[in-house]
Design a protein around this ligand. Sequence first.
Ligand SMILES: Cc1ncc(COP(=O)(O)O)c(C=O)c1O
Length: 453
Amino acid sequence: MISAEPTATDLAVERDRRHVWHPFAQMREYLGMPPLLIVAGRGGWLRDAAGREYLDGNASIWTNVHGHRDSDLDAALRAQLDAVAHTTLLGLAHGPAAELAAELVAEAPAGLEKVFYTDNGSGAVEVALKQSFQFWQLTGRPEKTGVIGLSGAYHGDTFGAMAVGDSGAFHERFRPWCFPARHFAAPSCAEWGGVVREADASASLAGLRGLLERDAGRTAAVILEASVQGAAGMRLQPPGFLRAVAALCAEHDVHLILDEVFTAFGRLGHVLVCAAEGVTPDFLCLAKGLGAGYLPLAATLTHARIHDAFLGKFSEGRAFFHGHTFAGNPLACAVALASLRKLRPLVADGTLARRAAVFGREIASLHGHAHVAAIRQRGFAAAVDLRRADGAAFDPDTRAGLQACLRAREHGLILRPLGDSLLLVPPLCLDEAELGQLVARTRRAIDDVLPAL
Ligand SMILES: Cc1ncc(COP(=O)(O)O)c(C=O)c1O
Protein backbone atom coordinates (compact mmCIF):
# COMPACT_ATOMS: atom_id res chain seq x y z
CA MET A 1 0.00 0.00 0.00
CA ILE A 2 1.32 3.44 -0.92
CA SER A 3 0.88 6.03 1.79
CA ALA A 4 0.80 9.64 0.65
CA GLU A 5 3.45 11.97 2.07
CA PRO A 6 1.92 14.47 4.50
CA THR A 7 1.64 17.92 2.99
CA ALA A 8 3.13 21.01 4.64
CA THR A 9 -0.40 21.87 5.74
CA ASP A 10 -0.95 18.43 7.29
CA LEU A 11 2.33 18.81 9.17
CA ALA A 12 1.56 22.29 10.41
CA VAL A 13 -1.89 21.25 11.62
CA GLU A 14 -0.51 18.15 13.29
CA ARG A 15 2.24 20.12 15.04
CA ASP A 16 -0.18 22.84 16.09
CA ARG A 17 -2.45 20.27 17.66
CA ARG A 18 0.39 18.42 19.32
CA HIS A 19 2.35 21.37 20.67
CA VAL A 20 0.62 24.76 20.62
CA TRP A 21 -1.33 25.82 23.71
CA HIS A 22 -3.63 28.55 22.39
CA PRO A 23 -4.50 31.75 24.27
CA PHE A 24 -7.87 31.94 26.03
CA ALA A 25 -8.74 28.43 24.82
CA GLN A 26 -10.38 25.46 26.47
CA MET A 27 -7.93 23.21 24.66
CA ARG A 28 -10.26 20.21 24.65
CA GLU A 29 -12.78 22.33 22.78
CA TYR A 30 -10.10 23.74 20.45
CA LEU A 31 -8.84 20.27 19.59
CA GLY A 32 -12.42 19.19 18.82
CA MET A 33 -12.88 21.99 16.31
CA PRO A 34 -11.98 21.77 12.62
CA PRO A 35 -8.46 23.23 12.23
CA LEU A 36 -8.08 26.50 10.38
CA LEU A 37 -4.57 27.25 9.19
CA ILE A 38 -4.10 30.77 7.83
CA VAL A 39 -1.37 31.10 5.24
CA ALA A 40 -1.83 34.57 3.74
CA GLY A 41 -3.70 37.83 3.95
CA ARG A 42 -4.45 40.85 1.82
CA GLY A 43 -6.57 43.86 2.68
CA GLY A 44 -9.40 42.79 4.95
CA TRP A 45 -9.09 39.14 3.90
CA LEU A 46 -7.26 36.07 5.16
CA ARG A 47 -6.64 32.90 3.14
CA ASP A 48 -6.39 29.39 4.52
CA ALA A 49 -4.20 26.53 3.38
CA ALA A 50 -6.94 25.20 1.10
CA GLY A 51 -7.20 28.57 -0.67
CA ARG A 52 -10.48 29.63 0.96
CA GLU A 53 -10.86 33.36 1.65
CA TYR A 54 -12.27 34.84 4.87
CA LEU A 55 -13.13 38.37 5.88
CA ASP A 56 -11.02 39.17 8.94
CA GLY A 57 -14.01 40.13 11.09
CA ASN A 58 -12.01 40.77 14.24
CA ALA A 59 -9.06 42.57 12.62
CA SER A 60 -6.73 39.85 13.95
CA ILE A 61 -7.74 40.58 17.54
CA TRP A 62 -8.47 44.25 17.11
CA THR A 63 -5.07 45.20 15.76
CA ASN A 64 -5.35 45.58 12.01
CA VAL A 65 -5.80 49.11 10.69
CA HIS A 66 -5.08 49.39 6.94
CA GLY A 67 -5.42 45.72 6.03
CA HIS A 68 -2.97 42.90 5.57
CA ARG A 69 -0.01 43.38 3.22
CA ASP A 70 -0.62 47.07 2.82
CA SER A 71 1.92 48.23 0.25
CA ASP A 72 2.96 51.37 2.20
CA LEU A 73 3.41 49.48 5.46
CA ASP A 74 5.20 46.63 3.73
CA ALA A 75 7.60 49.14 2.12
CA ALA A 76 8.30 50.85 5.45
CA LEU A 77 8.98 47.48 7.06
CA ARG A 78 11.30 46.36 4.25
CA ALA A 79 13.21 49.64 4.31
CA GLN A 80 13.81 49.32 8.05
CA LEU A 81 14.78 45.67 7.61
CA ASP A 82 17.49 46.84 5.23
CA ALA A 83 18.82 49.06 8.02
CA VAL A 84 18.49 47.00 11.22
CA ALA A 85 15.82 44.68 12.63
CA HIS A 86 16.42 45.24 16.30
CA THR A 87 18.54 47.44 18.47
CA THR A 88 17.73 48.18 22.08
CA LEU A 89 16.42 51.33 23.73
CA LEU A 90 18.33 50.37 26.89
CA GLY A 91 21.03 53.03 26.74
CA LEU A 92 20.86 53.50 22.94
CA ALA A 93 18.61 55.44 20.62
CA HIS A 94 17.28 54.80 17.13
CA GLY A 95 15.50 56.94 14.58
CA PRO A 96 12.14 55.14 14.23
CA ALA A 97 11.45 55.21 18.00
CA ALA A 98 12.43 58.87 18.24
CA GLU A 99 10.42 59.90 15.18
CA LEU A 100 7.37 57.94 16.27
CA ALA A 101 7.55 59.41 19.78
CA ALA A 102 7.51 62.91 18.29
CA GLU A 103 4.53 62.08 16.08
CA LEU A 104 2.58 60.47 18.92
CA VAL A 105 3.23 63.53 21.07
CA ALA A 106 1.98 65.74 18.22
CA GLU A 107 -1.27 63.73 18.09
CA ALA A 108 -1.77 63.66 21.86
CA PRO A 109 -3.36 66.40 23.94
CA ALA A 110 -0.87 69.14 24.84
CA GLY A 111 1.39 68.24 27.74
CA LEU A 112 1.72 64.52 27.03
CA GLU A 113 5.26 64.67 25.78
CA LYS A 114 7.17 61.69 27.16
CA VAL A 115 6.82 58.25 25.56
CA PHE A 116 7.76 55.00 27.30
CA TYR A 117 7.75 52.04 24.91
CA THR A 118 6.76 48.45 25.66
CA ASP A 119 5.48 45.72 23.37
CA ASN A 120 1.91 44.89 24.43
CA GLY A 121 -1.14 46.53 25.93
CA SER A 122 -0.84 44.89 29.33
CA GLY A 123 2.72 46.19 29.51
CA ALA A 124 1.61 49.73 28.66
CA VAL A 125 -0.87 49.54 31.56
CA GLU A 126 1.73 48.14 33.98
CA VAL A 127 4.03 51.04 33.11
CA ALA A 128 1.31 53.65 33.73
CA LEU A 129 0.46 52.09 37.10
CA LYS A 130 4.08 51.81 38.21
CA GLN A 131 4.93 55.33 37.06
CA SER A 132 1.90 56.67 38.92
CA PHE A 133 2.81 54.79 42.12
CA GLN A 134 6.43 55.86 41.93
CA PHE A 135 5.51 59.48 41.15
CA TRP A 136 3.52 59.76 44.38
CA GLN A 137 6.38 58.16 46.34
CA LEU A 138 8.90 60.55 44.82
CA THR A 139 6.80 63.60 45.51
CA GLY A 140 6.21 62.88 49.18
CA ARG A 141 2.79 61.23 48.96
CA PRO A 142 3.65 57.51 49.41
CA GLU A 143 0.26 56.85 50.99
CA LYS A 144 -1.37 57.35 47.55
CA THR A 145 -1.30 53.70 46.53
CA GLY A 146 -4.91 52.83 45.63
CA VAL A 147 -6.40 52.40 42.17
CA ILE A 148 -10.00 52.80 41.08
CA GLY A 149 -11.28 51.12 37.94
CA LEU A 150 -14.58 50.75 36.13
CA SER A 151 -16.75 47.67 36.58
CA GLY A 152 -16.25 45.21 33.75
CA ALA A 153 -12.84 46.71 32.91
CA TYR A 154 -10.23 44.73 31.02
CA HIS A 155 -6.68 46.04 30.93
CA GLY A 156 -4.75 42.86 30.15
CA ASP A 157 -3.59 39.64 31.74
CA THR A 158 -0.42 40.54 33.66
CA PHE A 159 -0.80 40.88 37.42
CA GLY A 160 -1.12 44.66 37.68
CA ALA A 161 -3.49 44.77 34.73
CA MET A 162 -5.57 41.95 36.24
CA ALA A 163 -5.61 43.70 39.62
CA VAL A 164 -7.19 46.86 38.24
CA GLY A 165 -9.46 45.01 35.81
CA ASP A 166 -12.81 43.50 36.61
CA SER A 167 -13.09 40.60 34.20
CA GLY A 168 -14.42 38.09 36.70
CA ALA A 169 -14.47 35.08 34.45
CA PHE A 170 -10.95 35.62 33.17
CA HIS A 171 -9.11 36.58 36.32
CA GLU A 172 -11.01 35.61 39.46
CA ARG A 173 -8.83 32.62 40.27
CA PHE A 174 -5.74 34.83 40.36
CA ARG A 175 -7.28 37.35 42.79
CA PRO A 176 -5.20 36.14 45.77
CA TRP A 177 -2.05 37.33 43.99
CA CYS A 178 -3.43 40.69 42.86
CA PHE A 179 -3.23 43.96 44.82
CA PRO A 180 -6.65 45.27 45.86
CA ALA A 181 -8.43 47.81 43.67
CA ARG A 182 -11.89 49.32 43.88
CA HIS A 183 -14.36 49.69 41.06
CA PHE A 184 -17.23 52.03 40.36
CA ALA A 185 -20.30 51.00 38.37
CA ALA A 186 -20.11 51.48 34.62
CA PRO A 187 -22.58 53.94 33.09
CA SER A 188 -25.35 52.68 30.86
CA CYS A 189 -25.41 53.57 27.20
CA ALA A 190 -27.06 52.01 24.16
CA GLU A 191 -25.90 53.14 20.75
CA TRP A 192 -25.84 51.72 17.27
CA GLY A 193 -26.17 53.05 13.77
CA GLY A 194 -24.70 56.36 14.92
CA VAL A 195 -27.65 57.05 17.25
CA VAL A 196 -27.41 57.16 21.05
CA ARG A 197 -30.59 55.44 22.19
CA GLU A 198 -30.12 55.54 25.92
CA ALA A 199 -27.46 57.07 28.17
CA ASP A 200 -27.19 57.49 31.91
CA ALA A 201 -23.94 58.19 33.68
CA SER A 202 -25.34 59.80 36.82
CA ALA A 203 -25.12 56.79 39.16
CA SER A 204 -21.71 55.85 37.79
CA LEU A 205 -20.26 59.32 38.29
CA ALA A 206 -21.84 59.60 41.75
CA GLY A 207 -20.14 56.31 42.62
CA LEU A 208 -16.76 57.59 41.50
CA ARG A 209 -17.27 60.88 43.32
CA GLY A 210 -18.12 58.96 46.51
CA LEU A 211 -14.97 56.84 46.29
CA LEU A 212 -12.80 59.89 45.63
CA GLU A 213 -14.38 61.98 48.39
CA ARG A 214 -13.70 59.18 50.86
CA ASP A 215 -10.31 58.09 49.67
CA ALA A 216 -8.57 60.41 47.21
CA GLY A 217 -5.78 60.98 49.73
CA ARG A 218 -4.90 57.30 49.47
CA THR A 219 -5.61 56.90 45.75
CA ALA A 220 -2.92 57.07 43.09
CA ALA A 221 -5.01 56.73 39.96
CA VAL A 222 -8.30 56.10 38.25
CA ILE A 223 -7.92 53.83 35.22
CA LEU A 224 -10.43 53.83 32.40
CA GLU A 225 -10.86 52.38 28.93
CA ALA A 226 -11.75 55.36 26.76
CA SER A 227 -15.32 55.41 25.38
CA VAL A 228 -15.77 51.65 24.78
CA GLN A 229 -14.95 48.73 27.05
CA GLY A 230 -14.09 46.21 24.36
CA ALA A 231 -13.53 42.99 26.25
CA ALA A 232 -16.59 43.65 28.41
CA GLY A 233 -18.58 43.17 25.19
CA MET A 234 -18.37 46.68 23.68
CA ARG A 235 -19.89 48.38 26.70
CA LEU A 236 -20.31 52.00 25.73
CA GLN A 237 -19.89 55.17 27.74
CA PRO A 238 -22.28 58.08 27.17
CA PRO A 239 -20.92 61.17 25.41
CA GLY A 240 -19.23 63.41 27.96
CA PHE A 241 -18.46 60.59 30.40
CA LEU A 242 -14.72 60.67 29.83
CA ARG A 243 -14.60 64.42 30.37
CA ALA A 244 -16.60 64.09 33.61
CA VAL A 245 -14.26 61.37 34.94
CA ALA A 246 -11.24 63.50 34.04
CA ALA A 247 -12.74 66.48 35.88
CA LEU A 248 -13.32 64.38 39.01
CA CYS A 249 -9.73 63.10 38.91
CA ALA A 250 -8.36 66.64 38.55
CA GLU A 251 -10.59 67.92 41.35
CA HIS A 252 -9.29 65.22 43.71
CA ASP A 253 -5.62 65.24 42.65
CA VAL A 254 -5.70 61.67 41.40
CA HIS A 255 -4.05 60.55 38.17
CA LEU A 256 -6.19 59.54 35.22
CA ILE A 257 -4.77 56.58 33.31
CA LEU A 258 -6.53 56.31 29.99
CA ASP A 259 -6.36 52.92 28.32
CA GLU A 260 -6.76 53.46 24.58
CA VAL A 261 -5.19 50.13 23.73
CA PHE A 262 -8.37 49.12 21.92
CA THR A 263 -9.96 52.41 20.94
CA ALA A 264 -7.13 54.46 19.40
CA PHE A 265 -5.84 54.58 15.82
CA GLY A 266 -9.12 54.85 13.98
CA ARG A 267 -11.14 52.20 15.79
CA LEU A 268 -13.65 54.87 16.88
CA GLY A 269 -12.95 57.13 13.91
CA HIS A 270 -10.29 59.27 15.63
CA VAL A 271 -6.52 58.95 15.86
CA LEU A 272 -6.83 59.32 19.65
CA VAL A 273 -10.13 59.40 21.54
CA CYS A 274 -8.77 61.67 24.28
CA ALA A 275 -7.66 64.30 21.77
CA ALA A 276 -11.02 64.15 20.00
CA GLU A 277 -12.85 64.59 23.31
CA GLY A 278 -10.56 67.33 24.60
CA VAL A 279 -9.43 65.31 27.61
CA THR A 280 -5.82 65.27 28.80
CA PRO A 281 -5.06 62.20 30.90
CA ASP A 282 -1.97 61.87 33.09
CA PHE A 283 -1.06 58.63 31.34
CA LEU A 284 -2.18 57.36 27.94
CA CYS A 285 -1.76 53.65 27.10
CA LEU A 286 -1.49 52.63 23.44
CA ALA A 287 -0.92 49.26 21.76
CA LYS A 288 -2.89 47.07 19.29
CA GLY A 289 -3.54 49.47 16.35
CA LEU A 290 -0.30 51.32 17.11
CA GLY A 291 1.59 48.52 15.36
CA ALA A 292 -1.14 48.44 12.67
CA GLY A 293 -1.68 44.72 13.21
CA TYR A 294 1.82 44.01 11.87
CA LEU A 295 4.13 43.88 14.86
CA PRO A 296 3.84 44.12 18.63
CA LEU A 297 4.33 47.64 19.93
CA ALA A 298 2.98 49.63 22.86
CA ALA A 299 3.58 53.02 24.40
CA THR A 300 2.67 54.87 27.57
CA LEU A 301 2.60 58.65 27.21
CA THR A 302 2.88 61.00 30.15
CA HIS A 303 3.74 64.58 31.11
CA ALA A 304 7.13 66.20 31.56
CA ARG A 305 6.12 67.12 35.13
CA ILE A 306 5.70 63.40 35.91
CA HIS A 307 8.84 62.39 34.05
CA ASP A 308 10.84 65.13 35.78
CA ALA A 309 9.92 63.86 39.25
CA PHE A 310 12.05 60.80 38.44
CA LEU A 311 15.18 62.90 37.87
CA GLY A 312 18.02 62.95 40.39
CA LYS A 313 21.45 61.60 41.17
CA PHE A 314 21.79 57.90 40.33
CA SER A 315 22.34 57.04 43.99
CA GLU A 316 18.94 58.52 44.89
CA GLY A 317 17.31 55.58 43.10
CA ARG A 318 14.63 57.73 41.49
CA ALA A 319 15.01 56.14 38.03
CA PHE A 320 12.13 54.12 36.61
CA PHE A 321 13.54 50.60 36.74
CA HIS A 322 11.36 48.93 34.15
CA GLY A 323 12.05 47.79 30.61
CA HIS A 324 11.30 45.10 28.08
CA THR A 325 13.80 43.54 25.74
CA PHE A 326 11.91 44.41 22.57
CA ALA A 327 10.49 47.74 23.74
CA GLY A 328 10.31 50.16 20.81
CA ASN A 329 11.55 47.63 18.28
CA PRO A 330 12.67 49.55 15.15
CA LEU A 331 10.69 47.42 12.69
CA ALA A 332 7.52 47.91 14.73
CA CYS A 333 8.16 51.66 15.07
CA ALA A 334 8.77 52.02 11.33
CA VAL A 335 5.46 50.32 10.54
CA ALA A 336 3.68 52.36 13.21
CA LEU A 337 4.96 55.59 11.68
CA ALA A 338 3.80 54.59 8.20
CA SER A 339 0.44 53.56 9.60
CA LEU A 340 -0.07 56.80 11.53
CA ARG A 341 0.83 58.88 8.48
CA LYS A 342 -1.65 56.94 6.39
CA LEU A 343 -4.37 57.13 9.04
CA ARG A 344 -4.34 60.92 9.59
CA PRO A 345 -5.80 61.86 6.18
CA LEU A 346 -8.47 59.14 6.46
CA VAL A 347 -9.63 60.73 9.71
CA ALA A 348 -9.28 64.30 8.45
CA ASP A 349 -11.15 63.89 5.15
CA GLY A 350 -14.04 61.99 6.70
CA THR A 351 -13.29 58.64 5.01
CA LEU A 352 -13.32 56.74 8.28
CA ALA A 353 -16.45 58.48 9.50
CA ARG A 354 -18.24 57.53 6.27
CA ARG A 355 -17.14 53.90 6.52
CA ALA A 356 -18.14 53.75 10.19
CA ALA A 357 -21.57 55.11 9.25
CA VAL A 358 -21.95 52.33 6.68
CA PHE A 359 -20.88 49.76 9.26
CA GLY A 360 -23.40 51.23 11.71
CA ARG A 361 -26.22 51.04 9.17
CA GLU A 362 -25.39 47.43 8.34
CA ILE A 363 -25.22 46.46 12.02
CA ALA A 364 -28.50 48.25 12.70
CA SER A 365 -30.17 45.89 10.22
CA LEU A 366 -29.72 43.09 12.79
CA HIS A 367 -31.90 44.96 15.30
CA GLY A 368 -35.17 43.12 15.84
CA HIS A 369 -33.78 39.75 14.66
CA ALA A 370 -35.38 36.94 16.69
CA HIS A 371 -31.97 35.75 17.93
CA VAL A 372 -30.49 39.17 18.66
CA ALA A 373 -31.03 40.36 22.22
CA ALA A 374 -29.04 43.60 21.96
CA ILE A 375 -26.61 45.48 19.76
CA ARG A 376 -23.92 47.95 20.78
CA GLN A 377 -21.88 49.74 18.14
CA ARG A 378 -19.60 52.75 18.00
CA GLY A 379 -17.11 53.37 15.20
CA PHE A 380 -15.71 50.05 14.00
CA ALA A 381 -16.56 48.19 17.20
CA ALA A 382 -19.77 46.23 17.61
CA ALA A 383 -21.25 43.51 19.81
CA VAL A 384 -24.29 41.46 18.93
CA ASP A 385 -25.75 39.60 21.93
CA LEU A 386 -27.44 36.34 20.97
CA ARG A 387 -30.49 34.74 22.56
CA ARG A 388 -32.93 31.93 21.94
CA ALA A 389 -35.98 32.75 19.82
CA ASP A 390 -38.14 32.62 22.99
CA GLY A 391 -36.00 35.43 24.39
CA ALA A 392 -34.17 33.27 26.96
CA ALA A 393 -30.40 33.06 27.21
CA PHE A 394 -28.66 29.97 25.84
CA ASP A 395 -27.24 27.41 28.25
CA PRO A 396 -23.53 28.43 28.36
CA ASP A 397 -22.46 24.91 27.41
CA THR A 398 -24.47 25.16 24.21
CA ARG A 399 -21.69 27.55 23.11
CA ALA A 400 -24.13 29.35 20.84
CA GLY A 401 -21.66 32.17 20.14
CA LEU A 402 -18.91 29.72 19.21
CA GLN A 403 -21.30 27.66 17.05
CA ALA A 404 -22.28 30.80 15.14
CA CYS A 405 -18.61 31.71 14.65
CA LEU A 406 -17.74 28.24 13.40
CA ARG A 407 -20.59 28.43 10.91
CA ALA A 408 -19.46 31.93 9.88
CA ARG A 409 -16.19 30.38 8.74
CA GLU A 410 -18.15 28.28 6.27
CA HIS A 411 -19.54 31.54 4.91
CA GLY A 412 -16.06 33.03 4.60
CA LEU A 413 -15.92 35.11 7.76
CA ILE A 414 -13.69 34.92 10.81
CA LEU A 415 -15.29 36.08 14.04
CA ARG A 416 -14.56 35.44 17.68
CA PRO A 417 -17.31 35.20 20.26
CA LEU A 418 -17.33 36.54 23.79
CA GLY A 419 -19.65 34.06 25.47
CA ASP A 420 -22.86 34.41 23.48
CA SER A 421 -21.98 37.79 22.03
CA LEU A 422 -20.47 38.15 18.58
CA LEU A 423 -17.83 40.87 18.42
CA LEU A 424 -17.47 42.52 15.02
CA VAL A 425 -14.25 44.54 14.84
CA PRO A 426 -13.21 44.87 11.20
CA PRO A 427 -10.00 46.30 9.77
CA LEU A 428 -10.62 49.95 8.91
CA CYS A 429 -9.87 49.40 5.23
CA LEU A 430 -13.08 47.50 4.40
CA ASP A 431 -15.11 49.17 1.68
CA GLU A 432 -18.90 49.49 1.69
CA ALA A 433 -19.46 46.19 -0.08
CA GLU A 434 -17.15 44.35 2.34
CA LEU A 435 -18.83 45.91 5.36
CA GLY A 436 -22.14 44.71 3.93
CA GLN A 437 -20.73 41.22 3.44
CA LEU A 438 -19.42 41.19 7.02
CA VAL A 439 -22.89 41.72 8.45
CA ALA A 440 -24.70 39.57 5.84
CA ARG A 441 -22.40 36.62 6.59
CA THR A 442 -22.88 37.12 10.32
CA ARG A 443 -26.65 37.05 9.84
CA ARG A 444 -26.42 33.91 7.70
CA ALA A 445 -24.39 32.14 10.37
CA ILE A 446 -26.92 33.12 13.05
CA ASP A 447 -29.82 31.96 10.88
CA ASP A 448 -28.11 28.66 10.10
CA VAL A 449 -27.29 27.48 13.58
CA LEU A 450 -29.23 29.24 16.32
CA PRO A 451 -32.76 28.00 15.56
CA ALA A 452 -31.58 24.41 16.07
CA LEU A 453 -29.78 25.00 19.40
C1 LIG B 1 -8.48 48.00 26.62
C2 LIG B 1 -7.38 46.97 26.63
N1 LIG B 1 -6.32 47.17 27.41
C3 LIG B 1 -5.30 46.29 27.45
C4 LIG B 1 -5.34 45.14 26.68
C5 LIG B 1 -4.20 44.17 26.75
O1 LIG B 1 -3.46 44.23 25.59
P1 LIG B 1 -2.45 43.02 25.21
O2 LIG B 1 -3.31 41.85 24.85
O3 LIG B 1 -1.66 43.56 24.07
O4 LIG B 1 -1.61 42.77 26.43
C6 LIG B 1 -6.43 44.91 25.86
C7 LIG B 1 -6.51 43.68 25.05
O5 LIG B 1 -7.52 43.33 24.50
C8 LIG B 1 -7.50 45.83 25.83
O6 LIG B 1 -8.58 45.64 25.08
